[in-house]
Design a protein around this ligand. Structure first.
Ligand code: PGA
Length: 249
């Protein structure tokens, strides 16, 4: 059985004091679903987040990392540094990293390898742009992204991979893929996994949807058979909204 996961990507939001406040709010929410809950605060607030959530089921995860173990990479953070604060899961390949920091599939393949070599779990993000969808290339684009960054892995390594389909046109725009569009793509991704690996492997991988998930649309999106959860941006910054989504299963 694959897991349901709801992960909040805080992006470059919330300073130290605001992080404490939001975590306090999150701890006051009641969870009625069986979803795994994760939050990804900014690097500088990871340590305090671990301390604040010591007795909680909420997992603290990172938004990015470098592929090298250490060295002359000013401004970067390695897997072992993240592990040192307690991080066990990292988001890689977010469309904002691809768009603003030129992250390519080739670079992401190296990051994925580094994370797995450090026994970390990866939430691997990918998704097409609006032009790709308009020209009916969305499936080919997504297939390429997954193939280039992940398909060098052998099946056993995939137990530490979570996929996050995030159509770029739906991120932070208020525009959401319809539940049918999400299901159609998730099913296509699962078929692509069956073709590269096997049925059992494909069925064991959680595929999250991301892009303007809100309390109002989460239930319908999560009801689709191949949607196993969500990667939540804007709505993760309000505890009530985030837990309305967590509890939408
Ligand atoms: P959004 O962001 O929910 O604000 O659209 C999603 C994401 O970037 O992961």
């Amino acid at each position: 059985m694959r897991k349901n996961i709801v992960a909040g990507n805080w992006k470059m939001n919330k300073d130290m004091a605001q992080t404490d406040l939001l975590i306090a709010d999150l701890k006051n929410q009641e969870q009625t679903s069986n979803a795994e809950v994760m939050i990804a605060p900014t690097f500088t607030n990871l340590h305090q987040s671990f301390n604040a959530l010591e007795d909680s089921k909420i997992e603290v995860i990172a938004q990015n990392m470098h592929f090298a173990e250490s060295g002359a990479y000013t401004g970067e953070i390695s897997a072992s540094m993240l592990k040192g604060v307690g991080v066990k899961t990292v988001i890689l390949g977010h469309s904002e990293r691809r768009a603003y920091f030129n992250e390519t599939d080739e670079l992401l393949a190296k990051k994925v390898d580094a994370a797995l070599a450090n026994d970390m779990r990866v939430i691997f993000c990918f998704g097409e742009e609006l032009a790709d969808r308009k020209s009916d290339n969305h499936e080919a684009v997504v297939k390429n992204q997954i193939t280039n960054a992940l398909f060098h892995l052998e099946a056993p390594a995939l137990k530490n991979i979570v996929l996050a389909y995030e159509p770029v046109w739906a991120i932070g725009t208020g525009e959401t893929a319809s539940p049918e569009q999400a299901q159609e793509m998730h099913q296509y991704i699962r078929e692509t996994l069956v073709n590269r690996y096997d049925e059992a492997t494909a069925n064991s991988i959680s595929i999250l949807y991301g892009g303007s998930v809100k309390p109002a649309n989460a239930k319908e999106i999560f009801s689709k058979p191949d949607v196993d959860g969500g990667l939540i941006g804007g709505a993760a910054l309000k505890a009530e909204d985030f837990y309305a989504i967590v509890n939408a299963f």
